[in-house]
Design a protein around this ligand. Sequence first.
Ligand code: TNX
Length: 531
Amino acid sequence: MARPVVSRMLLTAALGLSAVAAPAAASTASASAAAAEIPLARVIPAPAEVSPVAGAAFRLGPRTVIRARPGPAAAVGDQLARALRPSTGYPLPVVPAAPRGGPTISLLLGAGERRLGDEGYRLSVTPEAVTIRANRPAGLFAGTQTLLQLLPKEIDSPTPVRRTWSVAGGGIVDYPRFAYRGAMLDEARHFHTPDEIRSYIDEISRFKINHLHLHLADDQGWRIQIDSWPRLTTVGGGPGTGVDGVGPGFLTKADYRDLVRYAAARYVTIVPEIDMPGHVNAAQVAYPELTCDGVAPPPRTDTAVGYSSLCISSETTYRFVEDVIRELAAMTPGRYLHIGGDEAHATTEADYLTFQRRVLPLVAKYGKTAYGWNEIAKSSASAHAVAQYWNTGTTNPDLVAAVAAGTRVVMSPANKAYLDMKYDPNTRLGLSWAGYIEVRTAYGWDPANHVTGVGEDAVIGVEAPLWSETLRNLDDIEFMAFPRLPAIAELGWSPAATHDWASFSSRLGAYGPRWTLRGVDFYPSPQVTWG
Ligand code: TNX
């Protein structure tokens, strides 16, 4: 048992972890035990404030209980218990009151601390108890994700492991820098099943990602049931759709509602996207009246972009768009509804503006905040909308003007945040039009200081899109998302002052074995020393 302890200490030294990593533990047995615990600062995304206390570790044991009041706190407690039981083999009952003196993990709502906001938490670890306090259930959930990373990596083993389960003593106070921290999955180019989406939600929520944007329609396929236009899915989601004709499938409304609920239980909000007025070939194959000449185009299974457009002068177009927005809004409790708007190269500039002037307000009519790719910033109707910046440059006069009029921004620059870009020229999957994105590149930018004239006040957050032209299954998704998704998650959550490649890469390296234990595929970047 001594050897792993020693090697962990050497590793800690070799990685140059902060002073926090080597507590000023005094002596003998308890000192080596303390050194074996994971330093409180070794969490992704980096917590706002960390205060270690030497010699105050908590030990999770067979008598530990999870204390939480019935309701949302107990629901978070149940999820925590489900995460801890397989590897520890302990019963970990979730109880409203803890027996006196027994080891307890307490999840308490009503922290009454303004700076924690809706998603922040305060975690304290003493020999008697781990206590997570938050204003809102989302904060308790975030705190439990931190706690999981503070337990030994074997906590992620699917089968029982015999070992001690200690958490280093001290405290963390943590809350997000940006309210919006997103991931996006492209369901159109290759359909990904509800099970695959749930698995992705599990993994992204560990890094405090709180939005999952689903790109539900594009030239190659339509992936969400719309009752008033049924051929969208029977044809647009049917056999032969998707890139190379091998990505068929669609979400029924029941599937979608289940996903919304599943995500909500992990404090992730689903953001649905229907891309328009471009990227609509699949809709036009199903309904030729959505073209100006009424002739159905051939189905497309290639990866070209920018060739399709809704017919801007036709009232049928707006009846279609309103039906889709109404049905989508009715099954989406989240506030955002994404209407695409990118790469409308087959729509004239004047037509694009005509379209957005009618369509952006329709989203508000159905009670949602309109959200679109940054091209919507060309329209003055975007003043109440959110623009998702995906371009690769660092100047964009349209966006700066829109921001002055009230548009808010989510940052997803393609050359930093696109998870479908290859890591390097040898990456077997992915594209490279925006460049190669190694993990250090994904980490090395500041969302509030990326586009000239678009500062911290205008930016509501970040998102890491994953386009699926080359991605067919969950392994493919995981290999491209990890380890870059945690880099983007940290830029979205952690204070700018914590951004530091040496620290991030050492925490990432230590995290890798957790993915391995959970069976999650990831790219073992040579920029990182994997633990
Ligand atoms: C550009 S970025 C697109 C998508 C492609 C992606 C591939 C954006 C808003 N549109 O249609 O799938 O590149 O990387």
